[in-house]
Design a protein around this ligand. Sequence first.
Ligand code: DGL
Length: 261
Amino acid sequence: MKIGFFDSGVGGISVLYQALKIMPNEDYLYYADTEHVPYGVKNKEEVKSYVLEAADFIVSQGVKALVVACNTATSIAIDDLRARYDLPVLGMEPAVKPAVCRLKGMACNKRVLVTATPMTIKEKKLQHLLHQWDQKHIVDLLPLPKLVTLAEAGVFTGEEVDNYLQEVLAPFHLKDYCTVVLGCTHFNFFKDGISRFFDDDAVIIDGSLGTVCYLERILYERGLKEKNDGQIEFYCSGQLVSGAKQQFYQSLLQRLEQLDN
Ligand code: DGL
């Protein structure tokens, strides 16, 4: 059986990429809700209905686990999804805990910058994480909605990206930050562009590896691991994808591999 991965668009491909590295012998179904992307700037109830519709479709295809490879969708619908299906449902959350814990071991006054969509920043899940882990108030928040639109257009580098990052980062004293959290899966495609603004010893982290390691553990514990060919089926809002769109998605896996090296 396949493992279902879901995102509003291309962002979750960065989580799928980690899964392919760790579990190359599983088969995957990747679902991008391209009809409704971006989620992060929309109304909460509207997004929740899109997420439930997409997840119903994915589960109807017969998957053994569902990974909500989207911080925004996780923030607003993970409890509903877990109550709705009798299979493991995993989500994503901004990596606030590892970012803050990294700083605890250092004797310095450095700060953490958490980037996410406007909806993730407003929602209870992130606020709860901050309440739990950021007692010293060393975390600052930055919404980056335009990176979602740029990623959907396949624009990951160049003047438009650089100008946008320059503009949104201008109010921050960038030397203060030693950790940047990518709290939206779309942002993983811009890791190189973002890291250029920070000191060489600053690290850029995200939650995808943590989610995938947890997925592997759950599959193992439930005896659900398989030896398949590592096939991937891509869907866009309920339609199986082929041709140029499929090639575009495959090319994104290659971009992530380049960023990794
Ligand atoms: N990739 C998504 C996330 O991790 C959301 C992007 C969007 O649709 O706004 O939050």
